[in-house]
Design a protein. Structure first.
Length: 541
């Protein structure tokens, strides 16, 4: 096989002197024609920095290379003039980034952005460029979107945006494609589509793919070889199957063991209902004309029934736009809705804000993005204790600090951390702070809106274990919203599957996972667990 990319003893240091940070330490890897190589590890392991070094995209001179060689088809790129790199980037080597909406120019139509990639490297006329743009859109499965080439990026779905990024990366038929977490921000079914697309394109074009990810399921599915990184070093490498079947390094073993596993304990028998909802609807009016006449509705949630019992977890699953988060906000009376909602036996749908306020301490929410939901100007003590100030104003400051210290310890954080600020914590620690903020009020119901989607796999497993322990200890009822079916399977007693605002299937978790009835549920399972569903709906391993 032809060795396209050969990286030897690569080191990357940011800053100088005492503040210098060694992000990558003597890393070596190579990519051959037609193969997929994965760099896998947790956040901060040096994966993305290594990939950006290959393309020479790091912020020089702030980033330095104390050692290393980067060979593309035998040509040394370390220290190559910028003109040489400009000729290679987008032509011989291309990169697909994690967040497509941040990578696409929000002010330019997508057709113009794809055309720009072609015009930069190929002396073609306007008609030829337009034909090539349409050819690329068809290549990545967006034939139906060709009439929308003048639309802006935000007018496309997340999966479509990522396909457009792939079209741009392939515009000049590169030899090497670097994919930096390209499926992290998309739903499980879109993830499966993108992975299949990349695999198909690789077979057609003979691409060498360097795939950066922390998702071991993806590595197992697509990679020929894998390099496991920790603390800026490669700690283990080898063929993917051998690496997964017989990992040698303790860190690799830890990563494999950290995937969310197991099942929740048995649901309490005859547990009382904490919250029930019947016929919940959230419809947004579509208004047109000068007088803003309503001509229709967007049915975000359309007649949903759900019940959550004490000590039980209800998992709500579905793709983005299915109505999961809107349903959660409606149940908490944070969204105007129709239907009946009862909390601890009391009808709360028509309660005014003042009457609802005493109940709010008993229904709490944990959001998807812990950094975005924590005020950067407040200390941990202030963030966690704020609810106590609102709902128990008679508590004195020393007692409030004691309550905060106790709940921090319960979620696995040191009470000594309470005077620090959110930016001083890792993503997993910030999510624990968010859970502590909800738990300090001793709620009956906790709504968890994608609480693990932004976290590494090992941190996901820690949060899942924490939530199980808290549920066992306090009999908490969870409404757990996620598109990650592996996490839902590890936590949920009951599963609700939503599509386009409606419930297409619900029932005991084991029944839904083992014998899904609805075609949409079967498609979700097939995408999440790398199984196949035939046209009759039979799911096969």
């Amino acid at each position: 096989m032809t060795r396209l990319l050969d990286v030897r003893d690569l080191s990357v240091t940011f800053g100088e002197g005492e503040r210098a940070v060694e992000a990558v330490k003597a890393v070596s890897f190579h990519v051959e024609k037609g193969e997929t190589v994965a760099l896998v590890g947790e956040s901060g392991s040096g994966k993305s920095v290594s990939a950006l070094s290959v393309m020479r995209l790091l912020p020089y001179p702030h980033a330095r290379h104390p050692s290393g060689s980067i060979l593309y088809r035998g040509q040394e790129l370390m220290g190559a003039p910028e003109g040489v790199m400009r000729g290679l980037r987008g032509s011989d080597m291309s990169m697909v980034f994690q967040e497509p909406l941040s990578s696409l120019n929000p002010l330019h139509p997508v057709g113009r952005q794809v055309a720009e990639m072609i015009a930069t490297h190929q002396p073609l006329g306007q008609a030829q460029i337009q034909a090539r743009v349409e050819e690329l859109m068809a290549l990545v499965g967006l034939e139906a979107q060709i009439p929308r080439l003048k639309s802006l990026p935000h007018e496309f779905s997340g999966g479509q945006q990522q396909r457009i990024m792939i079209a741009m990366a392939l515009a000049n038929e590169p030899d090497v494609l670097i994919a930096d977490e390209p499926t992290t921000a998309v739903d499980v079914t879109i993830q499966a589509q993108i992975l299949k697309l990349m695999s198909d394109l690789q077979r057609k074009m003979g691409l060498g793919i360097l795939f950066i990810t922390h998702d071991l399921g993806i590595v197992r599915r697509i990679a020929d070889r894998a390099y496991v990184m920790q603390g800026g070093r490669v700690v283990e490498e080898g063929p993917t199957r051998a690496l997964f079947d017989a990992p040698k390094h303790p860190y690799t073993q830890k990563l494999l063991a950290a995937e969310p596993r197991g099942r929740p304990g048995p649901a309490p028998q005859d547990a009382p209902e904490v919250m029930t909802a019947q016929g919940v609807k959230v419809w947004y009016p579509i208004q047109k004309g000068v007088i803003r006449r309503t001509v229709g509705h967007v049915k975000a949630v359309d007649g949903v029934d759900v019940a959550v019992r004490r000590g039980c977890t209800v998992g709500v699953v579905g793709e983005s736009g299915s109505g999961k988060s809107t349903l959660a906000r409606a149940l908490l009376r944070l969204e105007t809705c129709d239907g009946q909602i009862r909390f601890r036996g009391q009808d709360i749908h028509d309660l005014k804000s003042r009457a609802l306020r005493p109940l709010r301490r008993k229904m709490q929410i944990v959001f998807q993005d812990p950094f975005g939901s924590l005020s950067p100007r407040m200390s941990v003590a202030q963030i966690v204790g704020e609810g106590l100030e609102v709902h128990e104003p008679a508590i004195r400051a020393p007692e409030r600090r004691e309550r905060v210290a106790a709940v921090l310890a319960e979620v696995g954080l040191s009470p000594d951390m309470m005077d620090r600020y959110p930016h001083e914590f890792s993503g997993g620690q910030r999510q624990r702070i968010s859970i502590a903020r909800a738990l300090v009020l001793k709620p009956d119901l906790m709504v968890l809106d994608e609480p693990t989607s932004a976290l590494d796999v090992s941190v996901q497993a820690q949060i899942v274990d924490l939530l199980r322990d808290l549920q066992d200890k306090y009999g908490l009822a969870y409404l757990f919203i996620s598109h990650d079916l592996k996490v839902v399977r590890a936590l949920a007693h009951h599963v609700v599957v939503m599509q386009k605002g409606r419930v297409v299937e619900q029932g005991p978790a084991q029944a839904v996972f083992d014998s899904p009835r609805d075609p949409y549920t079967r498609a979700l399972m097939a995408a999440a667990f790398d199984i196949r569903a035939d046209e009759t709906g039979v799911v096969a391993g």
